[in-house]
Design a protein around this ligand. Sequence first.
Ligand SMILES: [Zn+2]
Length: 68
Amino acid sequence: MNDSPKHCGICKRVLDIPADPLSIDCGGDCWGCVGEIEADMGWPEPLVQVRKESEAGLHPDWIDPAKR
Ligand SMILES: [Zn+2]
């Protein structure tokens, strides 16, 4: 294990912070970025998850593709 913190390759968020549900490491990028991208591409599971998180205020810049 490398103990220096990993950062999202897209937004530079520190990954794997237990208090931050968007910091899950998705292959070098955070779920916050990857989830939004996958939801934008219309992937059903990420869309459901990101919608839920968006309702909780976790994706302030994300707009539901159904509402665009
Ligand atoms: Zn990110």
